[in-house]
Design a protein. Structure first.
Length: 248
């Protein structure tokens, strides 16, 4: 049986016990049928991945004692996803899949056709954490509070941003990829960007429009498709599997 992987916000030091996060004890005891002495894998986005034993478990409470590091921490080099707010289920699906695809951060943005009342940051952070646990990531992407699109871009650091623009003449995404690390990716809402929004976007020097093909894609499909292209051409998909493994 596979060893459960769990995210913790605590520092990981050999022999220094850390408490379980809410829900982890119940998951281990009721779902995974784990007992005291069983093994888990812990990661926190800073100290790599550690093998640990369950020191105590009772109802929703548990504690773990890290033993040794099994994988060294690596820097997250994935793209930033700027995602227009979608309906709840679609937004949660995007966060889960974007985490699996290696994004560094997810920034929900509010556009003319976005669904602002659907952005539950706490819920999205939980989904990202669980997706990181399942996909064997060593970190969890940062998820920002939802904010108006142009307010976000007014404070932008100048990193290139590619906009998935349907119904506008734009070159295929691979043709507009800049050299170097993957750029940020901006995906519009259901129904697409309003015309004035796209006009304002293209006036920004760090923004370029890109096509995702001849078909009109759902927003969530566009996000996954574009991220796959970025990771294949400018991301970490070309690295050897588990190149970050190492032990202490």
């Amino acid at each position: 049986m596979s060893i459960p992987r769990l995210f913790t916000e605590h520092d990981l030091v050999a022999g220094q016990a850390v408490p379980a996060a809410p829900g982890q004890g119940r998951y281990l005891g009721s779902v995974m049928r784990k007992r005291e002495g069983d093994k888990v894998l812990l990661f926190n986005g800073r100290d790599g991945e550690w093998i640990a034993r369950i020191e105590a478990i009772r109802k929703d409470d548990a504690a773990f004692v890290p033993g040794r590091r099994t994988r060294q921490q690596t820097s997250s080099l994935g793209p930033v996803l700027l995602m227009a707010a979608l309906k709840r289920e679609a937004m949660e699906w995007v966060v889960e899949k974007a985490t699996e695809l290696g994004v560094r951060a997810i920034r929900p943005v509010l556009t003319a056709r976005a669904v602002p009342d659907r952005v539950n940051r706490a819920r999205l952070m939980l989904i990202a954490r669980e997706a990181a646990e399942q996909s064997e990531r060593l970190d969890v992407p940062e998820i920002a509070e939802a904010a108006p699109l142009h307010a976000v871009l007014d404070a932008w650091d100048g990193t290139p941003v590619l906009v998935a623009a349907e119904r506008r003449a734009a070159p295929p995404l691979p043709e507009v990829l800049p050299e170097g690390p993957p750029p940020a990716l901006l995906i519009g809402p259901e129904g697409g960007f309003a015309g004035p929004e796209l006009d304002a976007l293209v006036r920004r020097p760090f923004v370029a429009l890109a096509s995702l093909g001849p078909r009109i894609l759902r927003a969530e499909t566009a996000a996954v498709s574009a991220l796959a292209i970025l990771q294949a051409l400018r991301g970490d998909w070309s690295n050897a599997a588990h190149a970050d493994q190492g032990t202490d």
